[in-house]
Each structure stands twice: as structure tokens, then as C-alpha cells.
Design a binder for this molecule. Structure first.
Ligand code: HBI
Length: 371
């Protein structure tokens, strides 16, 4: 065996030395990593709180939020990995010249012997492919549903080799993949101190998300138009042509475009809504915005699809309707009276706090390290 010495296997209860490898799609703090930035922050902050030693490996220019100040930050220069989002299903893996992804994983493999576990948050082929061939204990928190055949294959191969190394945000997401065993589902975690509960809403409907076709804004707009109500829209306009088409599909003034706001401002405005409409057209792996709304006491009216279809407790924290049924979604707005806003906040405190999430992550890693 070459000079690598395996870290002495961690025993239950002692502190773990954990390396977290971030997404190669943008630096932390740039917002380009999408939901992964929120997941990484909660995972690192939550595990620090549980007394573990954390190191984050990310793109040059990354910054860690204050909650992660206790973690070491290592960065690599390199060209961003092309995003799997909006790729053709049969697309091949591309490794650009001076690619960031291979540099991250060269560094991860070189230093893995100093860690009890390496947690990968990137939705990429390379770290998955390496897993059965290295002694380094690589774990993968898969961040999306199925978007490419080559990724489906890499995930299925690790699952066949040792599925304990994989975790998912929801059962609906995990169901996209060929898994021999029931999946480890860890949900996600949020800093609930950052979300203020609002007991008395305004008569405003809300929608939050990247403004892109897979998020289905057009359906929420149609619901607002059908009810003659306004819809506040928060989020990065990733696809301007799509946004213009949605705007043109409803009477002018229906949509109130609020733009992409940092969490503190978003939650202050979102909390005033009487409901969040969630209209995913793809198998949303989790649905961060659903939990952010619930954390403010805002009930969620959603399609019974993907992660949101699991997060919303029908009749308790919101209402679920058949996917793509705009009329049913409009009807659900009329049934909001039965939902207690405090029950929305209570659910998040129980299920989606940073502490609850970090506990599930630690249990996942420990079980994967066991015999
Ligand atoms: N694409 N290649 C690649 N790698 C990622 O880690 C990645 C991505 N596309 C989207 C993405 N991550 C995140 O925004 C989602 O997983 C949330």
C-alpha cells in the first residue's frame, strides 16, 4: 500500500474530522451553487455545534458565513464545472481545461487520510466514480433528482457497491435512482433564528424560486389571475424570455416582481403572505423555499410532486393538489382557513432545524463508517 495511513476508525460518540467538498459550480457566496450553499452552511454549522471538526474545500473566492467560522476553509482555483441543470439527458461528462472539479478531488484525495469522513455536496460524476476505488471514506449527499443518464449510472454503481455512502433530501428524489436498499433520507436544515413568524398575513399570494421553466411560475400566475389576486414573485430571473412570457400570460399588474433578495429581506416580505404557491414541473429534490415559507408561518399550496409533495403535511401545514391542476390549486386558496399558521412554524422546528439536520447527517456518516 502506498504511504497512506488510514485514519483510525472513529468510534461512536467521539468527535469526527470531516472534510466537506462543495459544488464546482460557482464559489460559495456567489449564489450560483443554488440550494447547495444553504445545505452546506446548515450541514457545516450544525456539525460544528455537535462538536465535530470541519474543513470546507471549495472554489477560489468562496466565503463561509459567520455560522461556519469554526470550520477551516481550503480553496482551489479552476474553471467552473458545466452545470448539469438544463443539460440533455444523454450529455457526456465534460472536464474543462484547468477544471475546478478535478483540482478539488485531487486535493480531497491527497488529504483524505487526515479525516474520518469526506462529504461530497457536488452533483458530479468524478467523486462518485472514485468512491469504490479509494480507501478515502467518501460520502455523497445527492442534491438533485435524475437529470442525466451518466449521473444515474454513477449513483447506481455506488449504490451497488455500498449504498450507505449515499444520502438524499427526499424519498421522491431518491426514487429517481436504482437503489438496492431503502434510501437514507436526511431532508435539509435551516437557521430558524433567521426566520420570523408572522401571525397576521396580508391578502397576498407568494411564489419563490429561480424563474425558469422547471419551476412552473406560469401556473401560479394563472391561479392569481383566475382569483383576481396579486402574486408576489421573489427569485433570480434565470430565464428572461420565460419570465416575459409568464408576465404576458396574465393581466398586467397580476405579478409583483420582487427580485432575488437575501434571506433576511426575503423572509421579512414572504412572511406577510397568506400562502405560498409551489408549482414545480420537475422532480424537485427537496424544496428549500417551502420550508422558508413554513418557518415564517406561511401555509404552502403545492403540487403533490417531488420534495414539496413530502414536505407539506396536507391539511396541517398546507394543501397538496394533483400536479399541474391549476383549477385545483386555485380552489385550495379558498380552503386556507383551516390551516393554523403556528402549525407551519412548529413543523419546521421539529423537522428542519439545523440541529435536526446535523443529527441526521451524523447518523448517516457513522452508519456508513461502521462495519
Ligand atoms: N452541476 N456539474 C454540476 N455540479 C453541481 O454540483 C451542481 C450542478 N448543477 C446544479 C447544482 N449543483 C445545484 O444548484 C443543485 O444541486 C441545487
Amino acid at each position: 500500500m502506498s504511504g497512506t495511513t488510514l485514519a483510525t476508525a472513529a468510534q461512536p460518540g467521539d468527535r469526527l474530522r470531516i472534510l466537506v467538498v462543495s459544488t464546482p459550480v460557482g464559489a460559495l457566496g456567489s449564489g450560483r451553487g443554488g440550494g447547495v450553499e444553504l445545505t452546506l452552511t446548515s450541514l457545516v454549522a450544525g456539525l460544528l455545534e455537535r462538536g465535530h471538526r470541519l474543513t470546507v474545500l471549495a472554489a477560489e473566492g468562496s466565503q463561509l458565513p459567520a455560522a461556519c467560522a469554526g470550520a477551516a476553509l481550503w480553496t482551489c482555483p479552476g474553471v467552473d464545472q458545466p452545470s448539469w441543470q438544463h443539460m440533455q439527458r444523454e450529455a457526456a461528462v465534460q472536464i474543462p481545461t484547468d477544471g475546478l472539479l478535478p483540482r478539488l478531488w485531487r486535493r480531497a484525495l491527497e488529504t483524505a487520510a487526515d479525516f474520518d469522513a469526506v462529504i461530497n455536496l457536488a452533483y458530479d460524476w468524478l467523486p462518485l466514480w472514485l468512491t469504490p476505488s479509494t480507501a478515502a471514506p467518501l460520502f455523497h449527499l445527492v442534491s438533485m433528482g435524475s437529470v442525466a443518464a451518466v449521473m444515474d449510472g454513477a449513483i447506481a454503481e455506488v449504490a451497488r457497491w455500498d449504498q450507505r455512502r449515499l444520502a438524499f433530501h427526499s424519498h421522491a428524489q431518491a426514487a429517481d435512482f436504482a437503489l438496492p436498499q431503502p434510501p437514507v433520507v436526511v431532508g435539509n436544515g435551516f437557521d430558524l433564528a433567521a426566520y420570523d413568524f408572522v401571525a397576521e398575513p396580508e391578502p397576498l399570494l407568494g411564489w419563490v424560486g429561480r424563474v425558469a421553466p422547471e419551476k412552473g411560475l406560469e401556473d401560479a400566475a394563472a391561479v392569481a389571475a383566475q382569483l383576481g389576486e396579486r402574486l408576489a414573485v421573489w427569485g433570480l430571473v434565470e430565464d428572461p424570455a420565460y419570465a416575459a412570457a409568464v408576465e404576458a400570460s396574465v393581466p398586467s399588474g397580476t405579478l409583483d416582481w420582487r427580485g432575488f433578495l437575501p434571506t433576511a429581506q426575503l423572509q421579512a416580505e414572504l412572511g406577510r403572505c397568506r400562502a405560498l404557491l409551489n408549482t414545480p414541473k420537475w422532480n424537485e429534490a427537496y424544496g428549500n423555499v417551502v420550508v422558508e415559507a413554513l418557518a415564517c408561518g406561511v401555509p404552502v399550496l403545492a403540487y403533490r410532486r417531488g420534495g414539496p409533495g413530502e414536505l407539506v403535511q396536507h391539511g396541517v401545514t398546507g394543501l397538496l393538489v394533483e400536479p399541474d391542476d391549476v383549477a385545483a390549486l386555485a380552489g385550495a386558496v379558498g380552503q386556507l382557513g383551516g390551516i393554523e399558521r403556528r402549525a407551519c412554524r412548529a413543523w419546521v422546528e421539529r423537522q428542519a432545524s439545523r440541529q435536526a439536520f446535523a443529527e441526521r447527517i451524523e447518523a448517516w456518516v457513522r452508519s456508513g463508517l461502521g462495519r
